[in-house]
Design a protein around this ligand. Sequence first.
Ligand code: SAM
Length: 281
Amino acid sequence: MTALDTLPPLREVIRRHGLRARRSLGQNFLLDLNLTARIARQAGDLGACDVLEIGPGPGALTRGLLAEGARRVVAVEKDRRCLPALEEIAATCPGRLEVVAADALAFDPAGHLAPPVRVVANLPYNVGTELLLRWLTPPDWPPFWQSLTLMFQREVAERIVAAPGTKAYGRLSILAQWRSSARIVMTLSPQAFTPPPRVHSAVVHFEALPTARHPADAAVLQRVVAAAFNQRRKMLRSALKGLSPDIEDHLKAAKIPTDARAEQLPLEAFCALARRLEGQI
Ligand code: SAM
């Protein structure tokens, strides 16, 4: 038994602190500590790592991370109503939990975390994709994190791990698979959450690769992929026309058929095109 085990059940914490879930903050809380311990274990060995958690809410996953031995957890929460509940957890683990009251989109992890860093979060749906794209596309690589273990709507998780030629394949698949290995490690039904969301959820685990699978500038690759998949049914020579008047020449130079469609093109080809367009767009 540890001091963490003396904390009250999550349902009681929520009632005592009046934490009625707010849809505007994407609040669907996990209450089952066995489940949050399982999610924490998917992140790998936490003992030698600092963990960044976004959106701890009342703290079910935070407790799981601490119980699984995280060296330190930095938990960034926008909803100030959750802070007293989180401070109660911090009091049971002196020096191991730093609670930061902030919007994750405005939070700079530098100075808060020591490497190696793992990011683990049951992300608020409204900011989840935006944060993921930021973590995957910094100009320099490797990033500040070693792994990401993140909850998404199942449909988003499927897009992240999708292969070329499938309906789910798109911008997220390419940017995730370019510099990391990503796999779905758990799926959860709506009933796992309070209140239950309308859709199933899935946890995706990403390990940062030491270098990208193929060289490319992150900003150029993002522009190419966004343009290509904005009009995914069009041939690339039309979909990418807005990027460069000479797009047909660039496609040919990158050995990409000009009548191919974005969803057929492997990661390697997008990177070849991004290299070709660097300094041109
Ligand atoms: N981690 C908790 C759990 O598993 O029960 C809560 C998960 S809930 C899906 C998302 C959490 O993210 C909420 O606590 C919400 O207040 C918080 N949140 C929403 N937008 C945020 C933002 N921009 N920055 C930081 N936290 C945010």
